[in-house]
Structures are given as C-alpha cells and as structure tokens.
Design a binder for this molecule. Structure first.
Ligand code: AMP
Ligand code: MG
Length: 358
C-alpha cells in the first residue's frame, strides 16, 4: 500500500523534539512504522509487542519472515520484562556496553510475540545510546523492534536520505537525526549457551568482549559461506546482503601488491569497455586510474572506513558501474566487522593480489 512518507528533523533534545516524538509515538502505538536514527545505522521501528507491527516491518523491508528483529529498549530494567533469564555474563556486558552498540540474544519471555523473533524462542535486545532513539523508544511504549531500515538485501542506511530511497511510499514517517556516528550494525552476542558466542562482529570487538566475560565462541557463519538450508544461530547471516548492482570484488594481500593488481585489472577492463570503479582510501586513491575512484576513509582512522562503508556501496549504484574492485580493510580493531560486511556485499568474491592472472 502506497502512502506519503514525511521526513522530520530531530535534534536529540527533549524540548525541541517533543512534537516529533509525540507524533511518532502515536504512529507506533497504533501499529504503524517510523524510521529512526541510532548510533549504528537507521532502524525501521515498530511496536515489538504487537505482532501486526512486526508483520508490517517484514513487509516494508521485503525481509524473509524467519530473519528475526532486534528489540530496542531505553532502560536496562526493561530487559527483565522481555527475557526469561538474564545470566551473570549478560549483566556484566550490559554494565560495560549499554547503552551502546551491543545486542544480546537471550531466552524470550511470553510478552514477546514470535512474529518479532522470526519464530524463535530467543530475543535479541539492545539499548541504543543515541538520544533521539532513546527518547523515541520511551515515548513509544518502551519496546521497539527495529531492524536496519534498508530494503532487504541493500546496504544499511546511514542517512535519512538513504531511508527515503528505500522506504518512500512504504512508511508514514522518517525521523532525520543527521548522519549516524558508527555506520555499521551492532555487535551481536548469544548468551543462551554455556559460553557467550559472537554472532555478528561490530565496533565492540572480540578483545573488548574478552575483557569483560573472558573467552567467547565465534559462530562459524561469521567466517564462511553459510548453507541456506543450515540453521545458523544468527539467521540473518545466511542471506545475501549489502550487494551493489555492479560486480564487487575484494582484492586481498599486501597493500602495494593490491594497488598494482587492481590497476592491472582496471586496464584489462578498459580495453574491453567495461566501466570500472575502485574503492580506495585517502592514502591510496591517487594511485588508481579507474573510471571512478572513491575513498571510503583513512587507513589511519579505521572508524572513518566503518562510517562511510554503506554510503560508498550505495553510491556505486548511482554511478552505474559494471565492476567494482575494493581494497581489503583488515584494520586492527574494526577490520573484522568491516570485512564481514564487505565479504557479504561481494558475495565472497575475493582476488588474491599475489597470484598472477594470465
Ligand atoms: P538487523 O536488525 O537488520 O541488523 O538484523 C538483525 C539480525 O540480528 C538478524 O538478521 C539476525 O541475524 C540477528 N538476530 C536477531 N534476533 C536474533 C535471535 N533471537 N537469535 C539470533 N540472532 C538474532
Ligand atoms: Mg540489516
């Protein structure tokens, strides 16, 4: 059903945002959807306790209904209402990282409908730190299902304009809180087993988790190609995601070799009239001679790469390129989270720069 989509600005100030929040709260309480900024990416929000709202989220995103939604809260004590147990490790992680970009998977209470959890008996919970998100959650009933606001399969949204691209005509309201800070989705940790298990890497990395709860398992779906018929613990990991329209390849290895390899591939493509783009960094952008060269950020500031990654992937679609080569960004702290997104965007197509192509 087509509807008019309105964009309104919010400032993260309860007084200035009062009207926006009451309008948004009314929409949510009557079962409608609102897109909101968070510190990670924009979310598509609905009442997590209303099965109809969750069905609407799946339909607006075009998301498969077995891919569960994350429930967002604005105060820690609310987690006890939607979970059946909250182990010691969860307490410690909440104390350290909430509010913030950490999602925890826990056994769900009967308050949470299965429509929200993709049919699972567990629920993923997060408490965002973004003041607009936090204010919105508390003025909208306290329990907000909010997956990333992109259409299923597309890069996540880091600006209200990205949300409008994907959701125009599908939702009544987008709250514009400016560009998000982090730019990639939350770290997800499963706390339903004997040991905490990382399901999705994010800005809160393994070393930071280790400091709080000791050793953690790493879910195999993070590393490799996942069989669609298998049941990975984080169901979202089995779906194609983030892919631009052009064929994306990651070129891996020593940085000098990577730049040489990309330039030789670009010149072969040029001779065949194939429009080619390169995703580079500020440090390397000048060495490429492709049709389009875009810097995703600075190697010396890895947060800048995470911050710009999705908007760079989206910009590739506007330029209508046939082939895209990207450098590998295996930076020390956020590298695994960045590469997790990039590898999926590339459909696992990786070129080793040390191998000669004939
Ligand atoms: P998104 O909100 O779009 O960033 O995606 C949320 C992702 O969180 C899903 O795709 C799942 O992979 C994961 N997730 C959400 N709820 C659960 C859960 N109950 N158990 C395991 N993973 C979950
Ligand atoms: Mg998503």
């Amino acid at each position: 059903m087509q509807m008019e989509t309105k964009i309104v600005k919010a400032y993260g100030d309860p007084v200035r945002d009062k009207e926006v929040m009451s309008e948004a709260g009314l929409i949510i309480r009557s079962g409608g959807l609102v897109a909101i900024p968070t510190e990670t990416v924009y979310g598509l929000a609905g009442d997590a306790l209303n099965p109809d709202s969750s069905r609407k989220i799946y339909s607006a995103k075009g998301r498969p209904s077995d891919n569960p939604l994350i429930v967002h809260i604005s105060k820690t004590e609310d987690v006890y209402k939607i979970t059946d147990s909250f182990p010691e490790e969860a307490e410690e992680l909440a104390r350290e990282f909430w509010p913030g970009p950490l999602t925890m998977v826990l056994p769900k209470s009967s308050l949470v409908p299965r429509e929200t959890t993709g049919g699972l008996d567990t629920v993923a919970v997060r408490m965002p730190v973004n003041p607009i998100a936090s204010e919105f959650i508390s003025s909208s009933g306290g329990f907000i299902a909010a997956p990333s606001a992109n259409r299923s399969g597309r890069p996540s949204c880091t600006t209200a304009a990205h949300v409008f691209e994907d959701m125009n005509g599908r939702i009544p309201l987008i709250i514009d809180g400016g560009e998000v800070g982090i730019g990639i989705e939350s770290t997800i940790v499963d706390l339903t087993g004997n040991k905490p298990c990382l399901l999705r890497p994010g800005i809160i990395n393994v070393a930071m988790l280790n400091e709080v709860v000791g050793d953690v398992d790493i879910d195999p779906s993070i590393e490799g190609i996942v069989d669609r018929d298998a049941h990975p613990k984080a169901p979202g990991m089995k779906y194609k995601h983030y892919a631009p329209k052009g064929e994306l390849y990651i070129v891996r290895g020593d940085l000098i070799k990577v730049t040489e390899k990309i330039n030789s591939l670009v010149s072969v493509n040029r001779s065949k009239n194939i429009k080619t783009a390169v995703i580079a960094t500020d440090e390397t952008r000048d060495v490429y001679a492709a049709d389009l060269v875009v810097s995703v950020g600075r190697r010396s500031d890895e947060a800048s790469i995470a911050h710009n990654l999705f908007s760079v992937l989206r910009s590739m679609d506007e330029e209508d390129v046939d082939i895209i080569y990207t450098e590998e960004f295996d930076t020390p702290n956020i590298g695994p989270a960045i590469m997790n997104r990039l590898v999926r965007a590339a459909g696992h197509k990786i070129i080793d720069s040390s191998l000669r192509s004939e």
